[in-house]
Design a binder for this molecule. Structure first.
Ligand code: NAD
Ligand code: USQ
Length: 407
């Protein structure tokens, strides 16, 4: 297949591009490198030294003899460039990662909220609009999030996208229908993924666009089979308070002896998937497209759920690092259960990687190797979700405030 990977320079997009290229597909990365610019804005860098995109692709060619093509384009702003590229190249599939994906970054300020909404919603709409205008029947595979559902449990498993509901009709009979599971975003970033869902629903219905939306959990790990091939193929690895995600942060913190930054009681339960499984799932989704005229195909792309404090205890037990229970900068439930259905990927052959010590140790080893690149002052999560929380954090950080540190 000829595959366009939008956002193929990012944390999930890069290993996916390599994996698809290794599988023999013709891969084109379209990216505006905004993620690299955001590092500059925040004054942080990936824990791992990431080469320029051109150098990454040269290393890939040297290592494997395969070519991946790169096109510098802003999917959200350069609609005409995107459309011309699609018209000229007519890919069989488009994998869409090209969004601002950090919830804390999206809550930094009004400017960051605007940027995240404009970037993410425009990017998604531009792709859909261009496919329709060009009469291009490419399969669009989008990386969405488990966060579209919210994480509250009503004592039932979260289904894969659609919820069967019964409603009393005017004749007093029970009518049944399947609706998109009610959206319940927890940040501006997560809200943009809920808006994406509606764009997909409309264009699948109106124009028959073939769309798969992957509601992905938190991705952990750093290496995949392909990124291990050569040091210059290394994946980016975020540890800072905005872009670092919880399990990777804990593993990096353990490596540098920084007490684990648990928010609140650590009672939040979230869905997780290893980066290697993430790229495999995308390949499976590409092999199993919906038919033209089908409703959007939605998969829950996750393999396990874990409670944050359990992860902290696990990492602490493995490495001896302390745990620090901090005031939570986010507006979120202090405790939640989470049960998620993921039967579709399992039925299509996914053999999940679970949280085993070997893989977690590998991440700690990578982090130890690059520990001198860590700026410890960028580890704390500094963005408060609301004004009230910002005030509470200010009070809590005053010198007289107590802090709990457990071994
Ligand atoms: P990332 O920030 O590392 O990568 C995103 C890439 O998209 C970057 O290379 C960036 O430069 C590019 N990009 C952003 N806006 C663009 C635009 N307007 N035009 C062109 N390129 C643009 O993020 P990631 O962790 O690789 O996540 C990829 C996707 O997967 C995101 O959509 C995210 O919402 C989703 N996702 C990620 C996780 C996770 O834990 N990392 C979990 C669930 C879902
Ligand atoms: N948390 C801590 N300590 C930390 C960091 C996070 O306790 O140092 C807690 C947070 O408060 C939250 C949970 O861990 O309760 C998860 O936070 P996260 O930063 O790992 O994940 P999140 O903000 O939800 O976002 C990440 C990705 C996003 C993706 C989402 C999938 O950045 O792109 O959509 O995971 S999901 O969480 O399933 O919605």
């Amino acid at each position: 297949m000829k595959i366009a990977v939008l956002g193929g320079d990012g944390f999930v997009g890069w290993p996916t591009s390599l994996h698809l290229s290794q599988a023999g597909h013709e891969v084109h990365i379209l990216d505006n490198l905004s993620r690299r610019w955001i590092d500059a804005e925040l004054g942080v860098q990936s824990l791992t030294p990431v080469e320029t995109i051109q150098e990454r692709l040269r290393a890939w060619h040297t290592e494997t003899g395969r070519h991946i093509h790169f096109h510098l384009v802003d999917i959200a702003r350069d609609y005409d460039v995107l459309k011309s590229w699609l018209a000229e190249n007519r890919p069989d599939a488009v994998v869409h990662f090209a969004e601002q994906r950090a919830a804390p970054y999206s809550m930094r300020s009004d400017r960051h909220k605007n940027y995240t909404v404009n970037n993410n919603v425009n990017a998604t709409h531009n792709v859909l609009n261009a496919l329709i205008e060009l009469d291009l029947d490419a399969h669009l595979v989008h990386l969405g999030t488990m966060g579209v559902y919210g994480y509250s449990s009503v004592g039932a498993a979260i289904p894969e996208g659609y919820l069967p509901v019964g409603i009393e009709n005017l004749a007093g009979d029970q009518a049944s229908l399947e609706i998109l599971y009610p959206a319940n975003p927890g940040s501006v970033y997560h809200m943009t993924k809920c808006l994406d869902q509606l764009l997909f629903q409309f264009y699948a219905k109106n124009d028959g666009v073939r769309i798969t939306d992957l509601h992905q959990g938190i991705v952990w790990g750093t290496h995949t089979e392909e990124t291990r091939l050569h040091p210059q193929l290394i994946n980016r690895f975020d540890y800072d308070g905005d872009y670092g995600t919880v399990l990777n942060r804990f593993l990096i913190q353990a490596a540098i002896g920084y007490p684990l930054t648990v928010h609140g009681t650590g009672g939040q339960t979230r869905a997780f998937i290893h980066i290697q499984d993430s790229v495999r799932c995308i390949e499976i989704a590409l092999k199993n497209p919906p038919k033209r005229g089908d409703r959007v195909k939605i998969f829950n792309q996750m393999t396990q759920t874990h409670r944050v404090r359990d992860l902290a205890k696990l990492v602490s037990g493995m490495t001896g690092v302390d745990i620090n229970y901090l005031p939570n900068p986010r507006k979120e439930a202090a405790e939640n259960d989470l049960v998620v259905k993921n039967e579709q990927f399992l039925a299509l052959g996914l053999d999940p990687i679970t949280l085993e010590q070997g893989l977690m140790n590998e991440v700690v080893d990578v982090a130890r190797h690059y520990a001198d690149r860590v700026d410890r002052s960028r580890v704390p999560a500094a963005v408060a979700w609301t004004r009230d929380i910002a005030e509470q954090l200010d009070e809590a950080s005053s010198p007289s405030a107590p802090r709990a540190a457990l071994g």
